[in-house]
Design a protein around this ligand. Sequence first.
Ligand SMILES: NC(=O)c1ccc[n+]([C@@H]2O[C@H](COP(=O)([O-])OP(=O)(O)OC[C@H]3O[C@@H](n4cnc5c(N)ncnc54)[C@H](OP(=O)(O)O)[C@@H]3O)[C@@H](O)[C@H]2O)c1
Length: 250
Amino acid sequence: MAGKQLFIVTGATGGFGSAILRQINLLYGEDAVIIACGRNKPKLDDVTKGFAAGVKHISVDFAERQGLKERCQAIFDLAAGETFSAAYLYNNHGLASDVTRLAQDFDDSAEIEDYFFLNLTSFQVLTAVFLKNFSGVPHTCVNISSKCAVVAFPSMSLYCTGKAARLMLYKCLAAENPEVKVLNYSPGLMLTTMTENFHNTVAVDSTKKTFQAFKEGNLYVDTDESAKKMLGIVKEGSFTSGEQIDFHDC
Ligand SMILES: NC(=O)c1ccc[n+]([C@@H]2O[C@H](COP(=O)([O-])OP(=O)(O)OC[C@H]3O[C@@H](n4cnc5c(N)ncnc54)[C@H](OP(=O)(O)O)[C@@H]3O)[C@@H](O)[C@H]2O)c1
């Protein structure tokens, strides 16, 4: 594909987000322009030091309701006026839910709304604004999904519900927009800040044992290996738009 390709990555300074940046750089080098959305600039500078790819940085708080649409537009404005052969959105940001409580313990509507604002609403608004930018350029939207989108893990109700909603949203997006490539990618269980958090606080024994088994058996998927696999799938483009692909399935 001739011309530079644009990659927008959210949650870029976190575990899997950083791996996505590294793998884009390895796969596309100077043919890539990356817009990295991350709130920790020194960490991002560290991750992207020596990249052949062009890197632009923006700090966006996806939990802040006021002016979200305008803040999403500011991300894409960083690449305004440039010409690209393709544009990819890696919608990766997300927050661990409170896993010390069960589904029936969540009765504070403000707490629930805040959780879904960050993990679902901002995800949707960002996608909608992305699709209104870079007209005439092929768009690809990637949801960093999870096995939790399709399997109920006790203690993880908010997280599972958020991931299930993101999955269905991107299935609908694919059904409505045949010209847009849409991938739901489940990266496998990886050792990151998020999993450490789950591991240390999860209330229900069966879920705790699942995390324990991964830790003791050293079964965590390497973040870079998973990101490399995902980028390969997207580059090859042979997936059915809207489907969920798990790291372990391919
Ligand atoms: N770890 C796993 O085993 C696993 C498995 C399946 C799916 N996933 C998914 O993979 C994605 C990345 O998770 P991770 O494991 O790499 O966890 P992580 O290290 O905790 O990274 C999550 C990232 O989300 C961003 N984020 C959180 N709150 C934000 C906010 N208010 N505004 C903007 N950004 C915010 C942060 O980005 P900045 O600090 O850069 O701003 C953070 O780096 C998530 O969607 C997660 O659900 C993870």
